[in-house]
Design a protein. Structure first.
Length: 71
């Protein structure tokens, strides 16, 4: 089982929280974030980062179910 990680670069404000918190999952390219890999093993860190994104630009899905950000 893998999760899909997506960063909506049109919503991203480039705060860098994701890259600073989980550099193994996210990096800044120019002024916007990008996932290092779109498919990852399930992990709490990915959910924590999606939860803490100030622009809510990060979405983590398991198939068709959105698992992050958590409400």
């Amino acid at each position: 089982m893998t999760w899909h990680v997506d960063v909506d670069r049109s919503v991203c404000i480039g705060s860098g929280i994701c890259a600073g918190t989980a550099p193994e999952l996210f990096r800044l390219e120019g002024e916007r974030a990008r996932a290092v890999q779109e498919e990852i093993e399930p992990q709490e860190t990915a959910l924590d980062v999606a939860d803490s994104c100030p622009a809510l630009a990060i979405t983590v899905t398991d198939g068709t179910e959105v698992v992050g950000p958590r409400e």
